[in-house]
Each structure stands twice: as C-alpha cells, then as structure tokens.
Design a protein around this ligand. Structure first.
Ligand SMILES: C[S@@+](CC[C@H](N)C(=O)[O-])C[C@H]1O[C@@H](n2cnc3c(N)ncnc32)[C@H](O)[C@@H]1O
Length: 353
C-alpha cells in the first residue's frame, strides 16, 4: 500500500471545503434571486440590513442571515464599523438584469436537480434512467428563462452567422425547422427577423408546444408540431434545420440525425448548437464548469436518454463524437466552431445534393 500523504490529504480537505462552501453559496444565490435581493441591492449604495429589509419588505432577520452567507461567500462587501452591506457594481452585473452575464440562472437549475436525486439514485442501481416527465412542469419554463438572454445576444450574429451565406438565404426566404424547439423562442426571433422564410418548430413536449403557439400567435410564418424527433417528417423538404441544445440528450440521437438529414433538401444545412466539450474526459479536466457539465448530464441529459432506452451520450458527448455521428448520419462538410459562446459550440453540416 502506498504511504499516506498528509499534505495531499490537507490539500484535499481544503478542496472539499471549497466545494461545500460553493454549494452553500449557490443555495443562497437562488434564494436571493427569488426574493429579489440582488436586484434591490444593485440599486442601493452601502446600506444596513434594516434599510434593505425596509426597501424589499422582507423580514430583517432573514435578510441579515442571508447577508452573512453573501459576505462570507465574497459576493457582498461588509463595512463592520458602520454595519453596512454593499453589492459592488462589478458583482451586480453577474447577478442581475436580462443579459446572459447574469449567472443566477445557473443556480436556478439546482433545486430541480435536488428534486430528482431520489430518481437518479434509483437509476444508479437499475440503469434505467429518469424520464423527462420527472422534470416537468418546471423544466420547460426553466430552460426557456435560462436560454433567452443567450439567444437574444447570440442567435443571429454568432450562431446563424457561422453558416456562410445563411443569413442572406433566410432574408430571401427558405423553409426552416427547429428540432427540440422548446417554447419556440428561437423560432419567434427568426420568424420576426426573416418574414419571407417559414419556420416549423418540432418538440415532443405538448406543454412546450402549447407555450410556443401562444407566444407566436399572430406570426403567420411560424408553426409548431408535437412530434418525436426520431420520427421527424415533413411533406416538403427543409432548406435549414436547427437544433439548439437538443441532440445530446436524445433517446435515439443517431436516428434523429438521420431523420434530420432525410428531411433536408439537397444542399440543405443542419446547424447544431451543442455543449462545448471534448469526448475525452482527460481533455475536460481543469476546464471551468466542466464538473457542472457532467453534473447536468448525470442529473438530466444522460438520464433522460437512458430512460428512453437510448445510449445516454451525456452532456459531454464532445466534439469528436458529435462530428463523427454527423458524418455517419450522411452529412458532408461538417464544420465545427468551438466555444462560440462560453458554453456552446456550433456545428454546420451540409446535406449533399
Ligand atoms: C434542453 S431543451 C432545449 C430547448 C430549446 N431548444 C432551447 O434551447 O431552449 C431540449 C428540448 O428538446 C425536446 N426533446 C427532447 N427529446 C425530444 C424528441 N425525441 N423529440 C422532440 N423533442 C425532444 C425537449 O422537450 C426540450 O424542449
């Protein structure tokens, strides 16, 4: 047996403490987000807990205890002599507002993951996964809120711009499908921007499609179908199919990619936005948020695929496997644009004529 390395044990204790501190602060971030404390404090200078409580209408004792966690977690600054608290503007940018820089949406995911811990623990024994239904009714709205700022900022200038000439074709008028469209936010953005093109959103969630239809009422060039992507069909071929964060968790990802290829017109484009990772664990070590990616995978993405009898590719299926699967599905000219935003890569694949 190797010798017990005391220095290594000490360093690991410190690492564990940081992990547990981070988890605790994440809980308090979610509480603070829900009760609106960040938004209020961002508009205040250095203030006492009484002043914060008065401004928010919240209970001062709770506010003060929460502030304790925020100060020790390095989020809020504390002036002991005056007993005042301040959320510096450099921190407020990451905790408030509608932009994708507001990271509190990441913490919003944790309560849902906690709720399914018993299901995931069972699945560790059975290997049978956790069905999508276990995450509803919260999942659809949560994804929607989390994704919107990113699509507002990245959809046109970052994602669609990666396919050469695509914006011009969309302006001229083409047929587009979005697979796994959720609440149809991308469809709505595209349908407004490109009135000469027509857009069809496909999702197997009736809840998501009902919300998508309600959100796009009045947009004549947007429509939706409740359909399993593994059985994707269209009476007329599409010129462009998009999939935003919707392939890696499929029960039949290879089948879905083949169906996408099949509904594309010759020369058509498939644009896939998916999580940026390497298929090799060793490459992901030390990459910021990689542990989060594997956590999301275990707690949701891999699990829903396994529950559907799928391969459970996982959120970190990675560039190598994704590119290979696109080629195996019959696409040519598969181009990969790595980390187009902090978490996602863009793949542009062509259906040869
Ligand atoms: C992670 S969400 C992404 C939603 C949306 N594209 C976005 O970026 O906000 C994945 C979506 O794919 C849908 N989905 C998963 N498997 C599907 C399947 N086999 N057929 C159709 N939709 C599916 C889910 O209902 C969900 O709305």
């Amino acid at each position: 047996m190797s010798e017990f390395d005391r220095a290594k044990a000490k360093a690991f204790t410190q690492l564990m403490v940081r992990h547990l501190e981070g988890a605790s602060v994440a809980i308090m971030i979610e509480v603070g987000r829900r009760v609106g404390l960040f938004e209020t404090m961002a508009k205040m200078s250095a203030v006492t807990s009484d002043e914060i409580a008065a401004k928010t209408g919240l209970n001062e004792r709770y506010v003060r205890e929460w502030l304790g966690a925020m100060v020790c977690g390095g989020i809020v600054e504390y002036a002991a002599a005056e007993r005042t608290y301040r959320l510096p503007p450099e921190h407020a940018t990451m905790l408030t507002g509608p932009s994708s820089r507001n990271l509190t949406g990441m913490a919003e995911m944790f309560p849902l993951l906690h709720r399914v811990i018993p299901d995931v623990v069972d699945a560790f024994g059975s290997g049978r996964g956790v069905p999508y239904s276990a995450y509803q009714p919260d999942f659809t709205g949560l994804m929607d809120r989390r994704s919107r700022p990113r699509y507002d900022e990245q959809l046109f200038n970052a994602y669609l711009a990666k396919a050469e000439g695509l914006i011009a074709r969309l302006e001229a008028g083409i047929r587009v499908a979005d697979v796994g469209c959720g609440t149809g936010y991308c469809i709505a953005l595209m349908a407004r921007r490109f009135p000469k093109s027509t857009f069809v959103g496909h999702d197997f969630s009736e809840q998501a499609i009902a919300e998508a239809r309600a959100a796009t009422r009045g947009l004549a060039n947007a429509s939706f179908v409740v359909q399993d992507a593994a059985r994707l069909e269209s009476p007329t071929p599409y010129d462009l199919v998009t999939a935003f964060d919707a392939i890696h968790d499929q029960a039949d990802p290879a089948g879905v990619l083949r169906r996408i290829r099949a509904v594309l017109a010759p020369g058509g484009t498939f644009l896939m936005v998916d999580v940026c990772a390497s298929s090799e664990l060793a490459d992901n070590v030390g990459v910021p948020m990689a542990a989060y990616v594997y956590t999301m995978s275990t707690m949701h993405c891999m699990s829903v695929s396994l529950a559907g009898g799928g391969p459970g590719l996982g959120t970190a299926w990675g560039h190598q496997l994704a590119s290979r699967m696109l080629r195996e599905a019959g696409f040519t000219d598969v181009a990969l644009f790595e980390r187009v935003d902090p978490a996602n890569s863009v793949y542009v694949a062509r259906a040869a004529g």
